[in-house]
Design a protein. Sequence first.
Length: 373
Amino acid sequence: MEEHANVYFDESGFTGNRLLDSKQPIFSYAAVVIQDEEAKALVAHIIKKYQIQNGEIKGGKLVKKIKGRRALDEILNSLHGKMKVSVSNKKYALAGKFFEYIFEPSLARISSIFYGINFHKFVSTMLYIDFLRSGAQAEEIFEAFEALMRTGNFDSSKALFHTSFADESSKTLEYILTFSANNQSAVIEELNGYIGEGSGKWSLDLTNTSLYTLLSDWGQSYKTLTAYCDKSKPLETDQELLNTMIGRTDKVFSSFGDKELPITFNLTEPINLVDSKDFAGVQLADAVAAAFSYACNSDNTDEFAVKWRELIEDVVTYGSVFPDFDHVDPSSLEARRNGMILQELVRRSENKEDLLDGITGFIYDATCFLNNS
């Protein structure tokens, strides 16, 4: 493990709490470890070679033209081994947030059990699939949920908490809506007074989570880190958790499936929120974020998108959020069991039964039944 690194961060595709922006479906947050003088030299070289105007690298502009993509490609080549990226499909991330804020309050007492069997991924992926099908009701649910989390106004969120279904609604979407409607009180108790204000105003934003994951990842290679981030409203609003990592020397890991993932790192000081114009390292992070936002958008099929996708396995971190349709594969035991669990939770909620009493026994019995069928 090396002693120290300055880490530079920037994003591409930021839309705050508005994850349904159709023009920017991908959010990318990049981290670059580089010496200041090396960063300045690389930025100066790129600006001169590609005749970039205004003396600053802006990845969002470069990615729009072939010449700019050539510049980005050279940057990626130069930063081999010095960059990491968190990339998320924003609509799927919104579906994941739906489970976190609408389902989890009712399951919180033993939520680790549901996460352990990927029940959250089953619900999120099924909701996402309904959205992809262009179902009007699924879109209405997403919009209502996003508005609720942004404003904190439960009175205007009827689409989330009713049980009238559109003709095109899938059975799973009906189950999800029925569960939401019957457990609205738990959601209100959990979220009322938090969302829509202060740090809760940014509860759907992906910036803080991406930054934290990237710092945790780099913290496995360096004993201490100093972080420089392009100015960001979510980061300006809340750095409380990040500040607990200042001077932290212990290494703590969390189980994630069959992996042990780091959740601590050692910051030398609070996060520095800076102007990218003054920090070459941040400009390089901006370029990396734009390149991977472009590459991870399936609409882009040119040579650069294809080439950069080949870097994903080495560069994109474990905190990235993309749908894995294996979690809803009807031939898998996991998906069929989670479907049975969803139906059982809906049945209990409709009958006003305790959702969690004996649910571990139900999960065990469902597993045995499916194994023997």
